[in-house]
Ligand binder design. Structure first.
Ligand SMILES: [Zn+2]
Length: 339
């Protein structure tokens, strides 16, 4: 066994057999922001054999305070987060496979993304995506680890479909819009990210090496500023839970999908094309040049016009910045990108 993992192999509960299991595993990380980058770096160093990362966003200067791995150069180039993370991870460990996906996770791709994965780690910032992960994971009996952080507060729970409660058992509905603090209204500090990610990653190691008795089996809550730590013991799965009890996976149905989404923590709207497509950036740039400032690279095109900025990805998904109105964003999309 590679000397690189020697200290981890010496750790009794992992050992050589556990390390072999880690090297043979494939883990999906959904969302590569603060939690996602922390998960990815830890799994990469630990020698998880295949790490699949999916994220729809690009690196910005305001990410650098807490999103480890990203650099000023990544933010200047506005690289997609999945690509920037993969570049750095390959430098940390060249012996494992990193599979970056620049995409919005939705009903059309979630099942394919997790199809051959042993485990899913939550690095998202919104409940809609978490319910989607929960539906797909319960349907396919894939373990997943919920994690969230805002301000100095964080929470995590490990979900093993049919053995534990699922996300829907614990949180039947998402909090209504604007009712809960976000990283935009309350900010977020790095230490709580480290705490939540550390617990998620430790749980991932236990699951992947088969140390199920060592899982914490609770809803764990932390406050890194108030020095509070709470462990709420979980009940058995609820027989009348729509997801894990009744097997209704409503978020996986195509009818549930909205093509526009208000992005958490930003004055921005994401618009997804109704039909899959691939954009030719140079010809789009030519068309847009008379109307404003256009720049593009291999992965995305950025277009500024008046107070608005559109970032267009290859699959025609766009982030419209400068508005929190879906109608305005749709209109700009229709005017400049077309559908
Ligand atoms: Zn449930």
């Amino acid at each position: 066994m590679n000397d690189r993992y020697s200290r981890q192999i010496l750790f009794n509960s992992i050992g050589e057999e556990g390390q072999r299991k880690l090297l043979a595993a494939r883990v999906l990380i959904v969302g590569c922001g603060a939690l996602g980058t922390a998960h990815a770096e830890a799994l990469c160093r630990a020698g998880i054999g295949r790490i699949r990362i999916v994220d729809r966003d690009f690196v910005e200067p305001s990410n650098l305070q807490r999103q480890t791995m990203f650099t000023e150069a990544d933010a200047e180039k506005r690289l997609p987060k999945a690509i920037a993370a993969a570049n750095h991870l390959r430098e940390l460990n060249s012996a494992i496979e990193i599979e970056p996906h620049v995409a919005d996770v939705n009903h059309s791709n979630i099942e394919q993304l997790l199809a051959d994965c042993d485990l899913v780690l939550d690095g998202t910032d919104n409940f809609a995506t978490r319910y989607l992960i929960n539906d797909a994971c319960v349907k396919h009996r894939t373990n997943w680890i919920y994690g969230a952080a805002v301000g100095s507060y964080g929470v995590t729970m490990t979900i093993r479909p049919q053995h534990t409660v699922c996300l829907r058992c614990v949180f039947e509905e998402a909090p209504p819009a604007a009712s809960a603090p976000t990283c935009d209204t309350a900010g977020v500090i790095m230490p709580i990210i480290s705490i939540v990610s550390a617990v998620q990653v430790a749980e991932a190691f236990k699951l992947l090496t088969g140390n199920l008795d060592d899982l914490h089996g609770s809803l764990m809550q932390f406050d890194a500023w108030k020095n509070e730590w709470r462990k709420i013991k979980l009940a058995a799965p609820y027989p009348d839970c729509p997801t894990c009890g009744l097997g209704q996976f409503e978020t996986l149905s195509p009818t549930s999908t909205e093509t526009a989404a208000v992005l958490c923590g930003r004055d921005a709207i994401q618009i997804s094309p109704a039909q899959p497509t691939t954009i030719n950036f140079s010809s789009l740039a030519e068309r847009l040049r008379p109307a404003g400032d256009v720049k593009f690279n291999e992965y995305l095109l950025r277009f500024k016009t008046g107070p608005f900025e559109l970032t267009v990805f290859q699959d025609a998904r766009s982030i419209v910045r400068g508005t929190d109105q879906i109608a305005t964003a749709r209109s700009l999309y229709a005017r400049y990108i077309g559908n």
